[in-house]
Design a protein around this ligand. Sequence first.
Ligand code: SIN
Length: 483
Amino acid sequence: MKIKNTDLLKECCYINGQWVSENSGAKMPVYNPANQEIISHVPKMGGDETRMAIEAADAALPEWKAKTAQERSEIMLRWYELMKENQEDLAILMTLEQGKPLAEARGEIAYGANFIEWFAHEAKRIYGDMIPAKSTSQRIMVIKQPIGVVAAITPWNFPSAMITRKCGPALAVGCTIVIKPSPESPLSALALCQLADQAGFPPGVINCITGDAKSIGAEMTSNSIVRKLSFTGSTAVGKLLLEQCASTVKKVSLELGGNAPFIVFPDADLDLAVKGAMLCKFRNTGQTCISANRFYIHTDIHDAFVEKFKTEISQLKVGDGFEADVGQGPLITQAAFDKVSAHVADATKNGAIIELGGAEHEKGGTFFQPTLLTGLIDSMLISKEETFGPVAGICRFSSDDEVIKLANDTNSGLASYIYTKDLSRAIRISEALEYGMVGVNEAAISSELAPFGGVKESGLGREGSHYGVDDFLELKYVLLGGI
Ligand code: SIN
């Protein structure tokens, strides 16, 4: 697969509007997870270059935040248009480095671009407040101002959309940003920077550093110029970053791991539930933070649901994301493959039954068979931890109270899903679930229009919607006297 716009394939980092290599020439390879071949190399940068990028973002801040919302919005909308014009090439790059089916990659480019468009308009609606004061000679004015330089650390599972979901609100309100993409998927990030450059962002407003996660992260979290860190990734790394940000008291947004329950009540539309389960479990080979991780199916419909789900799963074509009709790609790394295998082994050792799959796919490498297990119990690893792979584990339940207890029995609280035709049950259960997001008869919950985020150890803050700008703003209270 070849891209048409070869300018999008970058092997340098983007700092202060320049494409730069690491001084010593250190590079790191980028692999295609479908065949382990090296696609490209990117610079292996560290703390010094990160500092340079942060200083460039700081230097660019006064001019960028002084622009009107309309001026910032115009540049952002050009970026959005360029993403749409280059959608096919961006999708090809994504499938190459990340492995997801090309159709999903195209979808992610559109989804990601929408954050830029949506926040470009939202920039014009950053209102303040006038609060009645105690005295007639006073007024209390509240204004919202950009927080300053933002550091964004983004994951490999959504190499484009997790960048735009952070850049959209940050840039719209007048912040500047330094991005550290995942070492597994830096090409998508650098391609977005190329388009940002073309769109006309002033030098330093957007910067992107690839390289050593530890030293880049250490600089981002300890540098006092950075006023806000936004991270999407694992809970373990999120906790570490939160700790590291304490020394400079940064505002932190974290979008961390989930352990999503997918609950099907006896009155549910089973075909709809199975359709949702397929999307929710096998999109991106199960490598999303909002993937269903535990399926709770009411005992009255358990067997019928399992039968329908099994039929659908068995039709899933596994392969290289560029092959026609592929619905499931490879897992990102050998470590990811090992975790999925360990979860299946632990479940079967503890009594789960393999209804389908359960092992390495015949394509080899990190391809795993789409897998269906029944007989899930609480104590299994698969119930306790996010599997991040194409394994659906099913547990029976008999009452609403029982399933609420099971679903909430976790430290995670990102997404949850319920299927029922009973409106009062839908409302009651949605309110009882300790999760940041609930899909009711819907599995496609991600959108630039809605606040994405979790409770408990799944994170802090919300991304998307008008709430999404709050994390990039500071409130300032001005007391006007002598009136
Ligand atoms: C994630 O997995 O972190 C994001 C999923 C999404 O945006 O749909």
